[in-house]
Write a protein that binds this ligand. Structure first.
Ligand code: SF4
Length: 570
């Protein structure tokens, strides 16, 4: 019964505390979607920030929608209902603009599911044939990387930070509405906005064997490469984005999220944060405290969003403030070599018993390949301080597939897990758990690893199995390994060209591993060629080469050269 869908949406709303002022009505109506469930989407501060920016623009009304659960997808289909927004329960397809915040590549497939449920044509080309089809806008963390695999689905990407882009986007849209010219004319105007990327103004080329050659502007498209938008340090420090809607139905429960920085001071070579954002920018302490003060009227749980909170210049004062307020705190990331005691105290005094540290690998030499400069000894010293502070359980995050990795490195990681367990017992926390959680390196666009091949599925499975067997022999340590098949699909989506929009459109209903491979073959994509091949650092054109990296390409090349030398010295 579609009544159940409405009831579910009412239940979600009933459990929300809304901090921002609501908008009465307007001439521009936007449906803002997160391509995952309500619980995942509402845990994303980026989505909440965009929601609040859009609703703060006079005359704009922004409502939310999410990917329904499998059970609700069935209900939508059975009742012939179209996906509707949470606030007014109006069909998404009736809004003028449908916007997406996309954070992770695996969510690409959910965009197709949403189009299907909303009754929206999948591609920009098809939508151009229908009058009154919403304009599809997308942004979010993924727009700092490679948006090409969903390029056919999206009319316009905002590449980079959206704060300045959104008001200009709305102005241009409004002006166009008044003049009533064509959709193509709107796209051409939007193309002149800084940070705008309009995939339909670009054409992708392939050779006779179906290998990607390049992506170039069509006639009328801007000649230059597309730049990413970033706020300067002073613009960034003007305010402090924080949750505007609190609900129990998130990954962190009824928590208020506060952003304390963007970017990262480190440049780990596998990580997009260090390379995709400009230099790290911090929020002023007084603005952060104001945000926590406001959230503290509604909740005693706060989540601080930063890649490296431990290097925040005022971290001790911030932690003391939180401890003084008797609030529980969570940090989005803890770095082994910058985890001050004040953060541990704040975590433990707020009731946290488990933390995650990322030694990444069990060898100092291999860690240098990733440009992680701390040692096993430093990792163990940090773990010891954590246990001494009252942490009981430790999750160790690690990866397989770094260039130069050999079996002895895997054994070293098992040994490090065993040493961590011994330390836990020595510190009187033997009743707790150690979990070694292992993922696979995905050589991401705009990092120095972007030219690398992906670890073959069989080899990845062997490494994961080796670790699992070794860890099983250590009492008190659990193992959790990423599926090599999932990693392979993620790598294809992270590094793919725009033919992957068609692949996604083929598989979204049943995205099994075999369905992905079949769809690749049907679209003429040789997945082995895409994954298991080193690219030429000197002259290979990559599917994302037409989008400008944040740093220079030369910097990425220099870092790639350093990686090679480090691997040779292993
Ligand atoms: S892995 Fe962490 S510390 Fe390293 S660059 Fe990424 S965010 Fe920064």
């Amino acid at each position: 019964m579609s009544w159940n869908l409405i009831k579910r949406s009412d239940q979600y709303k009933a459990q929300e505390t809304i901090l921002m002022r609501s908008t009465a009505g307007g001439d521009v109506r936007i449906a803002l979607g997160y391509p995952n469930t309500y619980e995942v989407g509402m845990s994303n501060l980026g989505m909440q920030v965009v929601y609040s920016i859009l609703n703060s623009i006079p005359g704009v009304v922004c409502e939310r929608f999410f990917l329904p659960s499998e059970e609700d997808i069935e209900l939508y289909k059975r009742n012939g209902r179209r996906l509707f927004t949470l606030e007014s329960q109006r069909p998404v397809s009736e809004f003028q603009i449908v916007a997406f915040t996309i954070a992770f590549e695996p969510d690409f497939v959910n965009i197709a599911k949403i189009f299907d449920l909303a009754g929206l044509p999948f591609t920009a080309e098809e939508r151009a044939q229908h009058e009154n089809c919403p304009l599809i806008l997308a942004g979010g963390a993924i727009s700092l990387l490679n948006p090409e695999p969903v390029a056919d689905f999206i009319d316009i990407f905002c590449l980079g930070e959206a704060e300045h882009f959104l008001p200009q986007f709305i102005d241009t849209y409004r002006q166009w509405q008044k003049e009533e010219c064509s959709r193509g004319c709107l796209l051409e105007r939007l193309a002149s906005l800084r940070g705008a990327y309009i995939p339909s103004l670009w054409h992708d080329y392939y050779d006779d064997q179906g290998h990607f050659v390049c992506c170039e502007p069509r006639e009328g498209a801007p000649e230059n490469t597309i730049e990413r938008l970033h706020l300067s340090a002073s613009e960034y420090g003007e305010d402090c984005p924080h949750s505007q809607i609190l609900t129990e139905n998130t990954e962190l429960g009824y928590s208020g999220l506060v952003e304390i920085s963007r970017g990262c001071a480190f440049n780990c070579r596998f990580c997009t944060v260090g390379f995709s954002y400009p230099k790290i920018r911090w929020k002023p302490l007084d603005k952060i405290l104001e945000a926590i003060e406001e959230l503290g009227q509604y909740t005693n749980k706060v989540g601080l969003i930063s890649a490296t909170a431990g290097t925040y210049p005022h971290i001790d004062a911030l932690c003391q403030y939180i401890i003084g307020k008797k609030m529980a705190v969570a940090f989005s990331s803890l770095r082994v070599d910058s985890l001050p005691d004040s953060m541990l105290q704040a975590l433990v005094s707020g009731g946290s018993k488990t933390i995650t540290l990322a030694p990444e690998v069990g060898s100092d030499a291999l860690r240098k390949v990733a440009n992680k400069r701390f040692t096993d000894a430093q990792y163990l010293a940090t773990a010891e301080r954590a246990f001494a502070a009252g942490v009981v359980n430790l999750r160790m995050y690690s990866m397989v597939g770094l260039p130069g990795e050999r079996e002895e490195h895997l054994q070293a990681l098992i040994d490090l897990a065993a040493d961590t367990r011994k330390l836990q017992i020595k510190m009187g926390r033997g009743g707790g758990h150690i979990t070694l959680s292992t993922g696979q390196l995905i050589p991401k666009p705009f990092t120095p690893f972007q030219w690398n091949s992906v670890l073959e599925k069989g080899k990845a499975a062997k490494s994961i199995h080796y670790l699992e067997r070794g860890v099983k022999r250590i009492g008190g340590v659990e193992f959790s390994g990423e599926s090599p098949k999932q990693a392979m699909i993620q790598a294809l989506l992270a590094r793919g060209d725009r033919r992957f929009s068609k692949v996604i459109a083929r598989v979204y209903r049943e995205p099994s591993f075999s369905a992905w491979l079949k769809a690749c073959a049907e679209e003429g994509i040789d997945y082995k060629y895409e994954l298991y091949r080193e690219r030429s650092v000197k002259d290979e054109v990559l599917p994302w080469s037409h989008l400008t990296p944040v740093g220079s390409l030369e910097r990425l090349r220099r870092d790639e050269e350093l990686t090679r030398r480090t691997v040779e010295s292993l």
